[in-house]
Ligand binder design. Structure first.
Ligand code: MV4
Length: 527
């Protein structure tokens, strides 16, 4: 199916397909990047377009039928339809995206996160079409996508691993021997996994066979691959990940860590940089291990090495994410770098241009993810129109939104509305600023995770930094969240009454109806 140019595209709509190569005197490695196809939607597509603007690089958006007027489409220089709403028929169609790149004579494709970002075959197809994939080489994606291959490589590279089986377990017998060797409890994980799918905790030998079967079945249906392996189960871990950058010239460095321990069912809720549990000495060793992990798999571009950290601050390689991550803004806050600009410079073949010693942490940053989900109702997605969307601002506040007021959160895609981040000189200042920003944020039309984020930020365990990846299951109930908001509700109710009175008085003196626009609207914080 041919791609249809969007109506707002200036100039003729029947641009002929150029022959390739279009630059006979410059090979792909050194050709400058002048135009980028952004193969994504929502906030990350907008995020990439912003940096392209700053760098003077042209942007091409792609969109599905329901995204015809989405922010990323309106903000790009050109935009092309790639199919119907379902992502399998649009944002996952690498062939159509490559067609758009050819037709628009783009030099590169930025995949964002999700969709095609960790698809080795797509990265390869880009290179074959002589369009640069702004991400790592296909082989690095492939190696890190196979958790047993990644473990084997990390072992050889001397990166600390959770004790476990060498490679996939072939039989129940072999699994039992591996489990005895590391000691119970153990965790059965899918080789093709990640994100917690196909995982089973086993507390004693009696439960192993059942867990193996269950994990295999889940892995087969989720990934089409039933290979599983074993690891010692770390009981109350922190999730700490290191941001790395590597150029084509063999230079690699890290941009310190993000603490992503605050999760709910493997979905991150609050992320921060730096981690309040690390010491400078552990930070340095983890950073060095992450750079080594990247070097070992031939990594180029931006990537993230995830570690589990136990209560003794021992750290263990978990997996490597071969893409730009949702939570990258907190790293941008504390390093002052633009990670998308770094990705593009690296893809252009430029050297990093600075060394590890040139980098320092500055202050503290925290991100709250704002989803159209109802925390009072099992976090059920609540898609719909953002009747009101007024974002906070002010010193040290950043909002990356993919939907504007009047726009839709669609059922077809991830229900994230925005990422709200705040910076402070200290962790406490960052927390207070993020709380202030949440209080300033107005959303109506859909339920959001804002009150849930407010609950987490106000919790003693979060304030003191004494929490693990189990925080939400241990401390969160809709009732506790509601209690937390009660004082605010009383204040909001009082405010509504005072406002109504003020409106009436103002309307009387100006001869306007009391509901005239421009008087502002009160709302409760949990609206
Ligand atoms: C673990 C673990 C404990 N011990 N591995 C979750 C997702 C996947 N990337 C790996 N995960 C875990 N692996 C060992 N050996 C605990 C988790 C885990 C987890 C990790 C990070 C953040 C949140 C989590 C929630 C539940 C389990």
């Amino acid at each position: 199916m041919p791609v249809e140019p969007h109506v707002h595209t200036p100039g003729p709509t029947d641009i002929p397909f150029p022959e390739r190569p279009t630059h006979p005197f410059q090979d792909m490695e050194t050709r400058p990047i002048r135009k980028i196809v952004v193969a994504n939607r929502g906030e990350i597509a907008v995020r990439v377009i912003r940096t392209c603007r700053e760098l003077g690089i042209g942007t091409v958006a792609v969109f599905s039928d329901v995204d015809r007027t989405a922010p990323h489409v309106l903000q790009a220089d050109e935009a092309y339809r790639i199919g119907p709403a379902a992502s399998g028929e649009s944002y996952l169609r690498g062939d159509r995206i490559l067609e758009v790149a050819a037709r628009t004579r783009a030099d590169a494709i930025h995949p964002g996160y999700g969709f095609l970002s960790e698809n080795a075959a797509f990265a390869e197809a880009c290179e074959n079409a002589e369009v640069r994939f702004i991400g790592p080489p296909a082989d690095a994606i492939r190696t890190m996508g196979d958790k047993t291959a990644a473990r084997a490589l990390m072992r050889r590279a001397g990166v600390p691993l959770v004790p476990g089986s060498d490679g996939a377990v072939e039989s129940a017998d072999q699994a039992a021997r591996a489990a005895e060797a590391v000691g119970y409890p153990v965790l059965v994980k899918a080789a093709a996994g990640g994100g917690g799918k196909g995982m089973r905790v086993v507390r004693e030998a009696a439960g192993l066979d059942r867990a193996l079967d269950a994990a295999r079945r889940e892995a087969l249906s989720a990934f089409g691959d039933d290979r599983v392996f074993l690891e010692k189960y770390i009981e109350q871990p922190r999730h700490v990940e290191i941001q790395v950058l590597a150029d084509r010239h063999g230079n690699g460095l890290h941009l310190f860590e993000r603490d992503c321990s605050m999760q709910r069912r493997h979905q991150k809720v609050i992320e921060e940089a730096p981690s309040c549990i690390l010491t400078p000495e552990v930070r340095e060793r983890m950073g060095a291990a992450a750079v080594e992990a990247a070097r070992a798999c031939g990594y180029v571009n931006a990537g993230t090495v995830e570690f589990l950290v136990d209560s003794r601050l021992e750290f263990y390689f978990m997996e490597m994410n071969t893409r730009l991550q949702v939570e990258h803004p907190v790293t941008e806050w504390v390093t002052g770098l633009d990670l998308v600009a770094e990705q593009i410079r690296i893809a252009s073949g430029e050297p990093l241009g600075y060394r590890q010693e040139d980098l320092a942490l500055h202050g503290h940053a925290i991100e709250a993810r704002v989803y159209a989900e109802d925390p009072a109702n099992g976090f059920l997605p609540d898609p719909g129109r953002l009747v009101r969307h007024r974002i906070p601002s002010g010193l040290g506040v950043r909002v990356d939104a993919g939907v504007e007021e009047g726009g839709q959160v669609h059922i077809h895609y991830d229900p994230m509305i925005s990422k709200l981040t705040a910076w402070g000189r200290t962790r406490d200042e960052a927390i207070r600023r993020l709380e202030r920003a949440i209080d300033e944020y107005e959303i109506s039309g859909v339920a959001t995770t804002l009150p849930f984020c407010r609950f987490v930020l106000g919790h003693e365990a979060f304030r003191t930094g004494q929490f693990s990846t189990h925080f939400v299951e241990e401390h969160f109930t809709p009732e506790a969240m509601a209690r937390d908001g009660e004082d605010q509700d009383v204040l909001a109710a009082a405010a509504v009454l005072i406002d109504a009175h003020a409106r009436t008085r103002a309307a009387e003196s100006r001869h306007l109806p009391a509901d005239a626009p421009g008087f502002g609207a009160w709302r409760t914080r949990r609206s």
